[in-house]
Design a binder for this molecule. Structure first.
Ligand code: ATR
Length: 331
């Protein structure tokens, strides 16, 4: 019998979450064609059976498709899951172009709509997906706090926010999770955010811990129009090849450790702090199993030092998002 994954407390809350979660986004959008409802549900149920209870979605992933898939997968098992969803990125007709909204009226409506799609009475962790520069953060959090009082939300999260915004938000209502991109190839949170989350008792939730698949042996299909990574500067032309060569250098350490590069990437993220719970995304049970196994891989000081040597001698080419994708980031 395979061992179940262990749990951690979610910051400033009563909730317990598995030491890695499951990023559900790719089941609906962005990384190629969406999974069928049957395949998506099978993957999510498999995760739950293996003790992965922390499911990450958002209202905008596939325009509600992802939340509905999660609801279908969790039918009869809602209580076993910790559902994290997000609001605040507003898109029209499936286009990538977005506006960011955090007004109290919008928060309430978005929450109501997510509850409906998720077929549940409460959201365990409700995130501000991106910070709205035209609404004071206190107003957005104030409304979320009222939703907590009403039993519709259990804990509050925020994504890609600056240190100042996190402090201001936390002063209104305790923040449980900060979700930002973090991996061996995206280390921006190390400047001040990681220390701040530790100081405030917030769980740090790295998304794209495998750098959207860049830190694995596979290559993206640049002809697939459903794969938005082909639009990202990091995944284009020479930049992609250069970034892949960093991945190749890291693969050698993985090989010596007897694990895959994706597993090394997750083990590295986990080694950066006790309050870190990554949410790798996958559409495949085989990769899910491999990611669960990665939660049990401990890197030695020597291995971490070897990784540091490679990373400090390498420059990651290309921004992580297009200009449109950077809206509401680091505000
Ligand atoms: P995100 O958080 O944005 O989903 P990520 O977790 O860094 O990004 O990476 C997701 C990508 O890594 C997906 O393309 C996923 O592909 P599959 O759907 O084919 O699994 C890939 N991925 C996830 N786990 C993997 C693993 N163990 N080995 C190889 N690739 C993996």
């Amino acid at each position: 019998m395979t061992e179940r994954i262990s749990e951690k407390a979610l910051g400033n809350s009563e909730l317990k979450i598995s030491t890695i979660g499951l990023g559900c986004m790719g089941l609906s959008e962005f990384y190629g064609q969406p999974a069928s409802l049957e395949d998506g549900c099978n993957l999510i149920r498999h995760a739950l059976e293996r003790g992965v209870n922390f499911f990450d979605t958002a209202d905008m992933y596939g325009d509600g498709h992802n939340e509905k898939m999660l609801a279908a997968a969790l039918k009869g098992k809602r209580e076993q899951a910790v559902i994290a969803t997000k609001f605040g990125i507003v898109r029209q007709n499936g286009e990538y172009a977005r506006t960011i909204c955090g007004t109290p009226e919008y928060v309430r409506k978005a929450c109501h709509d997510s509850l409906k799609r998720l077929e549940t009475d409460y959201i365990d962790l409700y995130y501000i997906h991106r910070v709205d520069s035209s609404t004071p953060i206190e107003d957005t959090i104030g409304e979320m706090s009222r939703l907590v009082d009403e039993g519709k939300i259990r804990a509050l999260g925020i994504s890609e926010a600056s240190a100042e915004t996190i402090r201001r938000a936390h002063a209104v209502h305790p923040i449980s999770a900060l979700q930002s991109e973090y991996s061996m190839l995206t280390r921006d949170p190390e400047d001040e955010i990681l220390a701040l989350t530790r100081e405030l008792g917030i769980t740090f939730v790295p998304y794209s811990p495998i750098c959207r698949g860049l830190l694995s042996s596979s290559r993206i299909d640049s002809n697939d129009s459903a794969d938005f990574r082909r639009n990202l500067p990091r995944f284009q032309g020479e930049a992609y090849d250069k970034n892949k060569s960093i991945a190749t250098a890291l693969s050698e350490i993985a090989q010596a450790k007897g694990c895959s590069l994706a597993q090394l990437s997750l083990a590295w993220v986990l080694a950066q702090g006790d309050n870190i719970v990554p949410i790798p995304g996958t559409t495949k049970i085989k990769n899910l199993e491999s990611n669960i196994e990665a939660a049990g891989i401990n890197l030695t000081g020597d291995e971490l030092a070897e990784i540091d040597i490679i990373l400090s001698g390498a420059t990651v080419e290309g921004a992580r998002y297009t200009e449109e994708g950077m809206k509401g980031v680091n505000l």
